[in-house]
Design a protein around this ligand. Structure first.
Ligand code: CR1
Length: 855
């Protein structure tokens, strides 16, 4: 007890100028202070780059205040916490988002203008932090925004990769990968925590011993120790005083030193050996929706999960007098796909080996704390690790997995009898020459709730992936273990930051900006559908966005587009066969041929179209890289054809990422979401496009189905086989019953004849390979697994409907308004509310307005 505690506190209070003011003067003082004392730059002339960093630091100061106070509030209230475990967070740039959410953007703009800097220009100086591949990582980032906004006590946990997703350059039409060393300019947004570190062990062996109560215990020893060091990234909520955290771990050498090597005089070798530790958090694996069974990847998974669970249990135990029984009412974890599933045996290890709980108690707690989100049913994405690899790297975990599996299968046998076939499907082990650990089965067995990410996908998860589990849990009285939570996107970034013109329009016509927190309010726009003033403003906003993208394309691709007269048709997403960029290429070629055959007079009656494609291919995915080359070559042929280039252009936009997306998406008239039905779990850019006034050309897949339900079928150009039809079509096709339309034949023939190879022999043989695989479909062989040939004719029709509607501009604009106004469901605020209520059982933990007077 310190009798002077209050006096000391008061003194500290006086020393601190509490709460940095939001007024222009305070902001300017903050920035100039950082120029001088953080950057040590000269205060009378600092470059824009330095101004960006000083401004970022001054914003971070404000974030830290609300971050600290939010944490203190959560602790004082002892609220239940949820931890979102993900190997990917695709945050995108932070500056504008932070200013918007802290509600200080206008004052920063003024403060900077006054000293000669343009805020929008500063935004462009930020290196896009890209610690994710695609939809899964971006979803995690949108989720964080909504978790903070909804005042949930959630923290994200992941890895602070030194290299994010590679930068894509296009050289002679081909993807070239450049390492993304994003920390080169330092990261002013993070808070380094050298005092928050945990030891993580790899390899070694397991000893058994008897404790003082005579119980058999396990001790994992030996091997290598790596330290995980925390970096905090404050995530401010919108229109709230809450700021939550994304804690990312960096791998550092362990604290123990190899004295042996040192004594032998091999000091430098010893240091070199220790440096290998840093390799664990060096690089993000660049695969989207494909699993690569590399040992380093498994190391990454365990590394971040081990540090995370230790950190979360330490926080739980900090409050005195805790009983372990309280754990499920205070802590839960969400596994973002199976990537962090090793957390389940890790939790068991910590509870049993370290905390001394008995097995059954530990398993009971674990099962209540974990939840698992499935993001794909594609077989190539489902993680299966060789048991011997887990045994080598994590020997204690393999023992625990064996226990978990054995006890689970006993439970099943008890209630179901010996149902061999079903048991082998539910086992964590996939038997065979090489025994494999099925991470998805472990995630289901160790979780309280399992969810898919869109209605159609959640049904497929139950029907195709886990039917035995569904039956089993139903029989056990847990019919609601499998649930759906449809994805969303945050309107703060994807409308307010990306499309300020549209955001202002919404606020003006709806009478306030409350729609940013209650997106269903957009529906109010439908009342004004017939207002020519609204229609005109709507068209103007779209025009301006198209002009902006046209400039971007001129700068990055040196291609001229006509934003006044061309329909902008956009497909941006990872390049993957299931996403069918190829069917888009086929249609573009078909359209080109049609134009070529027309008289100039007829051409003039056609809708002019700019087909814009973008996305990265995994570096090891050869087919995807060939598709990029094909897009680029189609562009070269079309854009240089004097007969048609005015009517049809094709552009491959390089290095698609979050910040480019913020320019690309608002400029679309239509966007393409055309996966084979049943393959795209949800898609999230489909939502962003429609909110920004673009219409969808799409299949009945993923969230398209629900978007159509909300917006009306007249707002979407739907085509293609339905999910229940796909298997039958594949089967029929295999047996040789597979017509290819004359139009598609013409396109394929042209590709095979070399029309798009442009004298490049290597490209030519790759293109021919693509086509021949599809064409030779039959005779028991599924060369056209994604049924491009089947869906092509209806795809052409959908595209004709696009042209027909576009010719009627008034109707087009009204359709676009109606669709955007009906997107209320697709905010992550709705998704996260559902997670909070159905899965996490969290309470609202809104921090009250700060008390600015000294105590
Ligand atoms: C899905 O392919 C979905 C995102 C986010 C992806 C995409 O349709 O929108 O997840 N899945 O839920 C994935 O990356 C590993 O699986």
């Amino acid at each position: 007890f310190d009798p002077n505690a209050d006096a000391k506190r008061n003194k500290i209070w006086q020393l601190m100028e509490y709460y940095l003011g939001p007024d222009v003067g305070s902001i300017q003082r903050g920035i100039v202070n950082h120029v001088e004392y953080t950057l040590a730059a000269t205060r009378f002339s600092f470059a824009t780059e330095e101004c960006y960093r000083a401004t970022a630091f001054s914003i971070r100061d404000r974030l830290i205040e609300t971050f600290n106070d939010t944490n203190e509030f959560f602790t004082a209230k002892d609220v239940k916490r949820c931890y979102y475990l993900s190997l990917e967070f695709l945050l995108g740039r932070a500056m504008q988002n932070a200013l918007v959410n802290l509600d200080i953007e206008p004052n920063y703009k003024k403060a900077l203008a006054d000293i000669g800097y343009n805020l929008e220009e500063l935004y462009e100086h930020e290196h896009d932090p890209a610690l994710g591949n695609g939809g899964l990582g971006r979803l995690a980032a949108c989720f964080l925004d909504s978790m903070a906004t909804l005042n949930y006590a959630v923290w994200g946990y992941g890895i602070r990769y030194t290299y994010g997703i590679f930068e894509q350059k296009i050289v002679e039409g081909r993807q070239v990968e450049h390492p993304d060393y994003w920390l080169v300019t330092a990261n002013p947004w993070e808070i380094e925590r050298p005092d928050v570190t945990y030891a993580v062990r790899f390899y070694g062996h397991v000893d058994t011993y008897k404790d003082d109560k005579g119980r058999e215990r396990h001790r994992w020893t030996g091997g290598e120790i790596v330290q995980a060091m925390a970096y905090d990234n404050p995530i401010p909520g919108f229109d709230t005083y809450n700021t939550i955290n994304l804690r990312l771990w960096k791998a550092c050498p362990g604290k123990e030193f190899d004295f042996h090597a040192f004594n032998r005089g091999q000091f430098l070798d010893a240091v070199k050996e220790r440096q290998r530790a840093e390799y664990i958090s060096a690089v993000l694996y660049p695969n989207d929706n494909t699993w690569e069974g590399k040992e380093l990847r498994l190391k990454q998974q365990y590394f971040f999960v081990c540090a995370t669970i230790q950190d979360c249990l330490r926080r739980f135990k900090k409050k005195e007098g805790r009983s372990w029984d309280e754990l499920p009412s205070k802590v839960c974890f969400q596994l973002n796909d199976t990537h962090p599933t090793i957390a389940i045996p890790e939790m068991m290890r910590l509870l049993i080996d370290i905390e001394g709980l008995d097995w059954d108690k530990a398993w009971d707690l674990t099962r209540q704390c974990f939840n698992y989100t499935n993001h794909t049913v594609l077989p190539e994405a489902l993680e299966k690790w060789p048991a011997h690899l887990i045994e080598k790297l994590l020997p204690r975990h393999l023992l625990l997995i064996n226990d978990i599996n054995y006890k689970f299968l006993c439970e099943v046998r008890e209630s179901w009898g010996d149902v061999g076939e079903k048991l082998s499907k539910m086992s964590i082990y996939q038997e065979g020459y090489e025994k494999m650990i099925r991470m998805a089965n472990m995630a289901v067995i160790g979780s309280n709730k399992v969810n898919g990410v869109a209605a159609i996908h959640s049904e497929l998860v139950k029907k195709d992936l886990f039917p035995e589990f569904v039956d089993y849990y139903k029989a056990k009285g847990q019919p609601d273990k499998f649930v759906n939570v449809t994805n969303g996107v945050t309107p703060r970034r994807w409308i307010h930051c990306a499309n300020r013109g549209l955001s202002n329009l919404f606020s003006e016509w709806l009478g306030s900006d409350s729609w940013l927190k209650e997106l269903t309010m957009l529906q109010g726009l439908v009342n004004h559908l017939d207002s020519t003033e609204l229609q005109k403003q709507w068209a103007d906003v779209k025009k301006q966005n198209k002009v902006k993208l046209t400039k971007w394309i001129k700068l990055n691709c040196d291609i001229d587009l006509d934003p006044e007269n061309m329909l902008f048709d956009i497909q941006v997403k990872r390049i993957h066969e299931y996403k069918r960029q190829l069917i888009n290429c086929f249609y573009i070629i078909h359209r080109y041929f049609k134009l070529k055959k027309m008289s100039p007079g007829d051409r003039d009656k056609q809708v002019k179209r700019a087909c814009l494609i973008g996305g990265k291919a995994a570096p090891g995915y050869a087919v995807a890289k060939t598709i990029i080359k094909l897009c680029n070559n189609i562009g070269l042929v079309l854009n240089n054809d004097p007969d048609t280039s005015k009517y049809l252009k094709c552009v491959f936009m390089p290095n698609y990422n979050v910040s480019n997306a913020q320019t690309i998406i608002p400029a679309s008239d239509i966007s393409q979401h055309i996966s084979t039905a049943g393959t795209e779990a949800s898609g999230t850019s489909n939502m962003k496009f429609v909110m920004n006034g673009g219409l969808i050309v799409g299949t009945m897949d993923g969230a398209n189905v629900e978007i159509r339900e909300e917006c009306g079928e007249d707002t979407m150009f739907i085509f293609g086989a339905l999910e229940p039809e796909v298997a039958g079509i594949r089967e029929k096709a295999k047996n040789g019953n597979y017509p290819i339309s004359a139009e598609l034949r013409e396109v394929m023939d042209a590709i095979v004849s070399g029309k798009f190879s442009l004298g490049d022999g290597e490209a030519h043989s790759e293109f021919v390979g693509l086509i021949e695989k599809i064409r030779n479909n039959g005779g028991g062989y599924n060369g056209d697994f994604y049924i491009l040939c089947h869906d092509f004719p209806s795809y052409c029709k959908a595209n004709e409907q696009v042209d027909a509607l576009y010719k009627d501009q008034t109707n087009w604009i009204k359709t676009s308004i109606k669709a955007a106004a009906s997107m209320g469901k697709f905010t992550t605020d709705r998704s996260i509310k559902e997670y909070g209520q159905i899965i996490w059982k969290l309470e609202d933990a809104e921090r009250p307005a700060p008390d600015q007077s000294p105590m």
